[in-house]
Design a protein around this ligand. Sequence first.
Ligand SMILES: [Zn+2]
Ligand SMILES: [Zn+2]
Length: 313
Amino acid sequence: MKIHFWGVRGSIPTPLSPQQIRQKIDAVVERITPQDIAGDEDKKRFLASLPKWLYGTTGGNTPCVEVTTADNSRLILDAGSGIRVLGKQAAPPENAEFHILMSHLHWDHIQGLPFFDYAFRKDYTLHIYSANPQAKDIFRQQMTAPLLFPVPLEAFTPNLYFHTVEAGYPFTIGSSRIITKKMKHPGASYAYAITDRNKKFIYATDVELTNSDFERTRENTAFFENAAALVVDAQYLVGEAIQKENWGHSPFCYAIDFADFWKIGSLYLFHHEPEYDDERLDAILKSAQWYSDTVTRTHVRVYKAEEDVTVQI
Ligand SMILES: [Zn+2]
Ligand SMILES: [Zn+2]
């Protein structure tokens, strides 16, 4: 199973500002010495030595994660602004079919769909899965023409199919078996566990982890335990999580404890806070890795979900 991150930011698209770009360039220029630019190899070595937050960016598009299964089925988790980039850059699927699985229908998870080029291609088929039976109406409202969007949902491919999924009832897409679970979030959010060739991947964004997620019930065990990789909401620091109780997001250390509890292989912190710049997000990752290694002493490998990164499990 191949996982690619197209959008990792929570709540609202967060492009780098002109000031942030200038600060990055200033900080790089300050670090350069004459020998860093003496030759091509020196330049490469210098660029590789820069901190990650300086030579790159975590990404500002809202949630969109693509999963390619063993039989090359193309699954897309959420249709945040990252799905626009997917539509421009991803190689087209051989069978001309996309499966979009919605965690829930908050703006930051649906706003990219009207900009997804493949949705308008009549030779493509789009399956949209949501636990909300009103999903089609909500997407139609988002594209109310001409006041909210210039073209209506009817401009999409005629091969557009909506499927209502029910928590706890598995379904299959190609070679993968998928199950959903209702999680705590305003209006509810649904996590997806995708199992393909005996490897399990869990996508659980817009999730406020609670006691019940740490209960070893049969349902929780079947859903969470032994996943090879977990993408989970880690928008907050602990203080924020206390201040913003019931806002529907989790602090990164809960995510680590949770991954440790359920024997997850790799953890990807996700739905990054729009207020945090690249330097802050890298500091959070460092703190998370320290917490994981030193405090929880877990074997969970902790990463930060970053745009344009592909992971193979
Ligand atoms: Zn969100
Ligand atoms: Zn939400």
